[in-house]
Design a protein around this ligand. Structure first.
Ligand SMILES: Cc1cc2nc3c(=O)[nH]c(=O)nc-3n(C[C@H](O)[C@H](O)[C@H](O)COP(=O)(O)OP(=O)(O)OC[C@H]3O[C@@H](n4cnc5c(N)ncnc54)[C@H](O)[C@@H]3O)c2cc1C
Length: 287
């Protein structure tokens, strides 16, 4: 196996074009598991850890955040708690301190696992994935269009993920996850929520409950219409319950070693209800 370690973004794109069958590696917390279990043995590993452009995040012109694909969970937690609160919450639940020190948001998106913890939040906030190839330049893919199947994505073989673009945060965000224990677990199911008071909209998305992470569109529309944005009145129980029901309805889960389909649906109803209550109360307190 060859190991290619470019030191700039331009060189990384050139190497990707030269070795279309290569496997990019960032933190390696997914890639090394595949290699160690001999599930996958690429001819070329393309090490992205020495590409400085991928390790940076910056404020975007619209007030959002451009998060380089190589930014780790640890940095999201410690540096972006205010600018990306939902993603910081999700990052705190990933693996262990060691995994959070190595693992990256770009790697989570690159793996395109239905259980990736970043994904429900990225869907709820309406993030965009910026990808690039040496031949065709850069393009932006709404995260809702990025995941195309179990561990499949819209990334072309000659492309790399450059960054994840987060719109400006103007309301509370939440992430909630059920695991078989509190740490070092892949989600049995998970849920991301973002309130957008400026346009009276709600983003809601589920993880580990369908072949891809997906938005709960009916729940989003229901909450946007049912919340009392004007008076910020307390959240009625029946609104929270119906929201949870619609979140659960968005799932098409399977039975597997981590949980049954029925349990996942039930858990999503609870997570949806709780997350909406937490986020709405935060919105009311901010008034
Ligand atoms: C013990 C353990 C616990 C874990 N716990 C969790 C958890 O709680 N929640 C969770 O969501 N995940 C968990 N994971 C999985 C993993 O840590 C995450 O998916 C992490 O985000 C992967 O990031 P990475 O930088 O290590 O990616 P890598 O392993 O380096 O890469 C992952 C995939 O993305 C591709 N890739 C990476 N960067 C790019 C790029 N710039 N462009 C194109 N493709 C790219 C790689 O080719 C590969 O297919 C865990 C893993 C382990 C080993």
């Amino acid at each position: 196996m060859d190991f290619v370690a470019p030191r700039s973004w331009a060189d990384a794109l050139a190497a990707r074009a030269e070795h279309p069958g290569c496997t990019p590696i960032a933190g390696g917390t997914d890639v090394m598991v595949e290699l160690n279990f001999d599930r996958h043995r690429p001819d070329v590993l393309l090490d992205l850890t020495k590409v400085p452009e991928l390790r940076e995040w910056s404020r975007a012109d619209d007030g959002g955040v451009r998060l380089g694909a190589g930014v780790t969970y640890h940095r999201v937690m410690t540096e972006l708690g205010n600018l990306a609160p939902g993603l910081a919450m999700a990052s705190r639940t990933v693996g262990s301190p060691q995994i959070r020190a190595r693992g990256t948001v770009g790697g989570n998106v690159g793996s395109a696992s239905p259980a990736g913890d970043c994904h429900p939040v990225l869907l709820a906030v309406g993030a965009t994935v910026e990808v690039e190839s040496a031949a065709r330049g850069s393009r932006r893919i709404p995260v809702a269009d990025f995941f195309t199947g179990v561990k499949k994505s819209a990334l072309e073989p000659d492309e790399l993920i450059a960054a994840v673009l987060l719109p400006p945060t103007n309301g509370p965000q939440q992430f909630a996850k059920i695991g078989t224990r509190n740490a070092m677990v892949i989600a049995v199911t998970s849920f991301g929520l973002a309130l957008h008071p400026d346009r009276r909209a709600v983003g809601a998305a589920i993880g580990s409950a369908a072949p891809t992470p997906r938005r709960a569109a009916a729940a989003e529309d229901f909450a946007a219409g049912a919340l009392d944005w004007e008076a910020r009145a307390a959240l009625p129980d029946d609104v929270a319950t119906e929201f949870g029901r619609l979140v659960a309805e968005a799932a098409s889960p399977i039975d597997d070693v981590r949980g049954t389909a029925d349990y996942r649906r039930h858990a999503l109803g609870v997570l949806g209800r709780r997350a909406l209550s937490w986020a709405w109360n935060e919105h009311r307190r901010a008034a």
